[in-house]
Design a protein. Structure first.
Length: 269
């Protein structure tokens, strides 16, 4: 049996443009891993079995696609131990799929190279290729075209998942974005993100990044009042993150916000 941790991510910025010909939206996003992790165990078996998380579809789809690409039977047994909240904007499903792909690929007699493995991942989820690469990444296109970037890593992260907010489907979030003509001004927001990213030297500079185009939350203001240098919704939400200069401030903020939802204090990976 092989085991691998599958980390969550936050979107330090997410700028969204018009819908593309393939039905996806043009995006520019900065993605950062954090140390809230699921655990993925993979072994060979007689058929594809995924246990531990009965609602899984993406891990099974990823391994089915891997088997088809490699010309083998999908005979892996996978167990998912969940810690990342589901449908929260933290990429848990995509990360699980990426870790399962890495472990299953290692078991092949002729493993796929990293480029082909990323292509398999991108076919099942735009965020999957991010979790197959190390370090923070700038995602463009549909989010799966990646460029490695250097970012300060000396910060703490507080996550808040509000109790009173139901997660809308990602499709519904994008539909609402289109209905309000959210893509208007995409070029200017993309340029602002690019300029702010180029200027980042210290964690204080994260504050200049543009806010999430898809979702907003009043909890961002609460996190900033609690000392966050930057606070925003991650992905399509509803999870909100705050960036803190030190662990003590982060822990105090997490305690303060426990009354509104589940909280975690994490760090960048």
């Amino acid at each position: 049996m092989r085991r691998l941790e599958a980390p969550a991510k936050i979107n330090l910025a997410l700028v969204v443009g018009p819908q593309r010909d393939d039905g996806k939206h043009e995006v520019v996003t900065i993605m950062q891993r954090i140390d809230l992790v699921d655990v993925i165990d993979v072994s060979t078996g007689e058929r594809l079995v995924v246990s531990g998380f009965p609602d899984d579809t993406i891990v099974a789809a990823a391994l089915t696609a891997l088997a088809a690409t490699a010309g083998v039977r999908p005979d892996w047994t996978v167990h998912i131990t969940k810690a990342i909240p589901v449908a929260a904007g933290l990429g848990g499903g995509s990360s699980d799929a990426a870790s399962a792909l890495v472990l299953a690929n290692e078991s092949l007699e002729s493993p796929l190279d990293s480029e082909r493995l990323a292509e398999v991942g991108a076919a099942v989820g735009a965020d999957v290729p991010f979790f197959l690469r190390p370090g923070p990444q700038l995602g463009t296109g549909d989010g799966s075209r990646l460029t490695g970037i250097e970012l300060p890593q000396d910060f703490a992260v507080v996550l808040v998942l509000p109790d009173d907010q139901q997660k809308a489907s990602t499709a519904d979030v994008y539909a609402a974005f289109d209905a309000r003509d959210g893509a208007d001004g995409f070029g200017e927001r993309r340029a602002a993100l690019t300029a702010a990213l180029a200027a980042i030297q210290r964690i204080d500079d994260f504050a200049a990044l543009p806010t999430n185009d898809l979702a907003a939350s009043p909890l961002s203001d609460r996190l900033r009042r609690a000392g966050a240098l930057r606070a925003d919704v991650s992905g399509a939400g509803p999870c909100v993150y705050g960036i803190f200069a030190n662990l003590e401030l982060a822990r105090a903020a997490a305690r303060e916000l426990q009354s509104v939802g589940r909280t975690w204090v994490t760090a960048p990976l």
